[in-house]
Design a protein around this ligand. Structure first.
Ligand code: NAD
Ligand code: WQD
Length: 344
């Protein structure tokens, strides 16, 4: 019988790509999502790609009784990959309590309700945002967690602390891997699933593809006076399917008891820092589309530069981000054209 895995937030961006990868690796996927930032039609995309439609339960993980009843209905679940969260940094500054409630109550409900002999494996979606502006680059997992720059970032830090405190308190053989993502971009190569930002995208690559297709007249490059080679900010952009594969590797590590402590943390990045201008010029080169961009003032709260040292994940998970930036940006462009009904 296939190992059953709960993917919370599984109709969302990273969750849906991971669901595809899990199904293709032979897992039985069950998704919980309240569709607050995704659509049920994502399940059609997953089914078209894999030939399997995952079980889907629509409810809010903040509703404890529903979470409890869910685990009674699905006693075979052996692992949880917990993606569900609100993730818009700017919105979190305006609605901090909504973010703390949603991201932390959902986590506590899952931890409280997952008790049992079978279900002891937990994978958490964390973020490089916990490092703030690191003093040393590339950043390793040993770098200090810095004061969060937003309520969103703080939910990730607090969540990691909640998990660690809980693991230390319980006699059960619970274990957790916290995966700190750098900047996930791109879409499944089929273009049947991808990132669906609501409203005006805050993230660079969706704004790039939307500008290229004509939704926005110009892309603003936030700041060109940073202390970087071309003056624009540097990030570690990782292809979402590479990220999805890392989740499968982390899951197998837990299921096969290969973890070295009950709480492990891995950076998921490429190890390569790229500037905003490098993203723009590579996008233009691979798509042949000229981007109308201009330099604008710095965006408040942006850090100057960050990229990962992913060697721990490379070594321990036996995983590496392998897809080129060119292929990754092409996948994002293919997806943008697909959702706007332009297939060539
Ligand atoms: P997403 O918004 O596309 O997916 C999250 C999903 O969770 C959505 O489908 C949403 O409807 C669902 N959800 C939110 N709150 C819920 C609740 N209370 N109950 C049930 N479902 C709920 O986001 P994503 O980009 O796929 O991010 C997934 C995870 O990865 C999040 O935890 C996010 O913080 C983390 N992360 C994302 C990035 C990024 O740049 N995308 C970077 C680092 C970490
Ligand atoms: C990348 C670069 C912008 C848009 C965010 C979250 C972080 C994490 C990942 C979840 C920056 C520049 C952007 C635009 C631009 N998410 N930019 N013009 O800021 O690294 O991180 O996503 O955990 O918590 O804060 O990603 O894609 O927003 O920006 O010039 O229109 O692109 O200034 O330098 P960021 P991003």
């Amino acid at each position: 019988m296939k190992t059953q895995v709960l993917v919370t937030g599984g109709t969302g961006y990273i969750g849906s790509h991971t669901a595809v990868e899990l199904i293709e690796e032979g897992f039985d996927v069950v998704i919980i999502d309240n569709l607050s930032n995704s659509q049920e039609s994502v399940l059609d995309g997953i089914e078209k790609i894999t030939g399997v439609r995952p079980a889907f339960e629509k409810f809010d993980l903040c509703e404890r009784e529903k979470v409890k009843a869910f685990f009674q209905r699905y006693p075979r679940i052996e692992a949880i990959i917990h993606f569900a969260a609100l993730k818009a940094v700017g919105e979190s500054v305006k609605k901090p309590l909504e973010y703390y409630r949603n991201n932390l109550v959902s986590l506590i409900n899952l931890l409280e309700c997952m008790k049992g002999n079978v279900l002891k494996n937990f994978i958490f979606s964390s973020s490089c945002t916990v490092y703030g502006q690191p003093d040393v680059l590339p950043v390793t997992e040993k770098a200090p967690v810095k004061k969060a720059l937003s309520p969103y970032g703080n939910t990730k830090q607090i969540a990691e602390e909640i998990i660690q405190d809980y693991l230390a308190s319980c006699a059960d053989d619970l274990r957790c891997i916290s995966l700190r993502y750098f900047n996930p971009i791109g879409a499944h190569p089929s273009a049947l699933i991808g990132e669906l930002p609501t409203g005006v995208p805050q993230n660079l690559v969706p704004f790039v593809t939307q500008t290229a297709i004509g939704i926005h007249s110009e892309l603003k490059v936030f700041g060109n006076d940073y202390n970087t080679p071309d003056g624009t900010c540097i990030r570690d952009y990782i292809y979402v399917m590479d990220l999805a594969k890392a989740h499968v590797a982390a899951l197998k590590r837990l299921l096969e008891n290969k973890h070295k402590s009950p709480f492990e943390v891995f950076n998921l990045g490429t190890g390569k820092g790229l500037s905003v201008l490098e993203i723009i010029t590579t996008f233009e080169k691979v798509t042949g589309v000229k981007l109308n961009y201009r330099f604008a003032p710095r965006r408040e709260g942006d850090i100057e530069k960050i990229w990962a040292d992913p060697s721990l994940a490379n070594r321990e998970l036996g995983w590496k981000a392998e897809t080129s930036l060119e292929d990754t940006l092409l996948s994002a462009w293919k997806w943008e054209k697909y959702i706007r009904g332009k297939n060539n």
